[in-house]
Design a protein around this ligand. Structure first.
Ligand code: F6R
Length: 353
């Protein structure tokens, strides 16, 4: 059932183009140039939006919240385990979106129930039809990634990113023609990334590192967090993700020649330039730099290795960059002989708070 792959995780990483196409299927109206989410036909919402989620799904929620914020919608992402309706302003004007692959995560279900009691409208963004989250929420949006066996979430994260981008377009001003085209191109571009081989070489080079750091800004900040989480989960090595700008506020003290820093940089705008500034700071401390980039900026000048992705919008770029980081984590874990599909101490679905 692993279709020739050594692990479900690698199989599921390679299933991403298909998963993403399934996520988009029938949801883009070419004639009108609009996003059309049939699942949410009766959702009509104008007020603030709060996301609640855990782990990888929280990283997807951060990504979704940022898309909405950029469209001028009041949106915020919360860790479900920290969400408390008596501290967060939530009422019947609020849409609370639980992002949960399994639909069974206890922390997320509790947050959704609390929000519902406070009068909020609730929406589950999930992979699992008839899961508790799907049944209990007022609405459900399915990410359609197909079953994920590996404990580490891979294709479901990419599908959450895409589904949340679709959701954000329906809850704000719809996409422009270019944005729509860009969404449609993502599955094919993920395939292109999966054909690259550099991630394995990077893993071989840094398999003995003391720690791994990941930095990004904007849409790439959740990707930095996710890159580090994947690395921790399956390699048992120390890994941390930081907002690129935070590096100089403390974590820089950890940076040495034995701590590779993975920097996600796309385009050549102000955001890219600022992250490149942070890359220069770590380079000055002799840390190896791995740039995950579309090559639009001069970040490659400061990088020891480049993990290439196609040049697309920063939204799409963060989906593609994450795939490269999945591959690096996979190959490091593989070289270390870890139990990749069932990492120690972890379960696929966490049904206690
Ligand atoms: C990481 C991972 C976990 C889950 C988290 C939430 O690879 O799988 O961090 O993302 O436990 O799970 P769901 O999305 O099922 O609510």
């Amino acid at each position: 059932e692993k279709s020739g792959y050594d692990h479900y995780m690698l199989k599921e990483i390679h299933e991403q183009p298909k998963a993403l196409r399934q996520c988009l299927r029938g949801r883009i109206d070419d004639l009108d140039g609009t996003v059309d989410l049939e699942d949410l036909a009766d959702l009509d919402h104008e007020g603030p939006i709060q996301f609640v989620a855990c782990g990888t799904s929280y990283h997807a929620a951060l990504f979704g919240a940022e898309r909405l914020q950029r469209a001028g919608v009041r949106a915020q992402a919360f860790l479900a385990s920290e969400y408390a309706s008596d501290r967060v302003p939530v009422d019947d004007e609020t849409l609370v979106v639980g992002v949960t692959q399994s639909g069974e995560t206890a922390d997320t279900l509790r947050a959704l129930r609390e929000a519902a009691r406070a009068g909020a409208t609730t929406l589950a963004v999930t992979n699992t039809v008839a899961s508790s989250a799907a049944r209990e929420c007022d609405h459900a949006l399915y990410i359609r990634a197909g079953p994920e066996i590996g404990v580490a979430a891979t294709k479901t994260f990419a599908s959450q990113q895409l589904a949340l981008a679709l959701l954000a377009f329906t809850l704000s001003d719809g996409p422009t023609r270019e944005e729509l085209e860009a969404l449609r191109d993502i599955p094919g571009q993920v395939r292109t990334v999966l054909e690259t081989t550099e991630a394995r070489a990077v893993a071989e080079e840094y398999v003995d590192a003391d720690a791994y750091f990941f930095i990004g800004r904007g849409y790439h900040y959740p990707v930095a967090l996710e890159g580090a989480l994947k690395m921790k989960e399956i390699t048992y090595r120390h890994a941390e993700g930081f907002a690129a700008g935070e590096l100089k506020h403390g974590p820089l003290a950890l940076v040495t020649e034995d701590t590779p820093v993975f920097a996600v940089v796309t385009g050549d705008d102000e955001t890219a330039r600022k992250t490149i500034g942070n890359v220069k700071e770590v380079e000055a401390r002799d840390a190896p730099v791995v740039a995950i980039t579309d090559g639009e900026s001069d970040v490659t000048r400061y990088a020891d290795h480049v993990l290439e992705i196609p040049a697309v919008s920063d939204l799409g770029g963060s989906v593609l960059a994450n795939v490269q980081l999945q591959l690096v984590a996979y190959w490091v874990a593989n070289l270390l002989g870890r139990s990749i599909d069932k990492p120690r101490n972890l379960a696929k679905s966490v049904t206690v708070e």
